[in-house]
Design a protein around this ligand. Sequence first.
Ligand code: K1U
Ligand code: ZN
Length: 174
Amino acid sequence: MTIKTILTEPNKILRQISKPVEKVGKEEQILMDDMLETMYNAKGIGLAAIQIGIPKRIIVLDISKEENDKTPMFFVNPVVKNKNIELSTYEEGCLSVPNQFAEIDRPSECKVEYLDYNGEKKFLEAKGLLATCIQHEMDHLEGILFIDYLSKLKKTMIIKKLSKQKGKADRIVV
Ligand code: K1U
Ligand code: ZN
């Protein structure tokens, strides 16, 4: 398994719409393994393939808290079938928007149809953090980041801060 580089905002690649996977084969399974390793290494609870530059509709998640009881989940071509009208609020973060957090409202429950790691059709009813995380990751497949839900002012401030940090990183000579 390989730890990949996670792309950070601002980056046009993150704004691409990811393409459906035709068949879950060895290549996709290797990608899912690499995504999981990359997500665990970055201490995240979710990752979409586009965050490592691959525009495929693939998501990995693990919202378990126990280091010794990992529960990875794999979603290929996920489709939300039903969203609750009731909203819940979570403080969201994103590995592609480092060190920025904001409270975001999303439907509190959702039903998702998807293919699993072995390409088998599955159906999941999610609530709580799992529902939030699935919706956050599915936004990535459409090129949407959580900062897009903030006011124009807050979003601009965050993007400016991230651009500045990127500029600084480019200037570090070793
Ligand atoms: O970059 C990502 O898409 C992963 C993201 C998933 C996520 C976290 C929280 C709410 C919605 C979606 C992260 O893992 S951010 C980093 C993180 O570990 C975290 C941040 C806030 C709460 C819980 C975890
Ligand atoms: Zn994210």
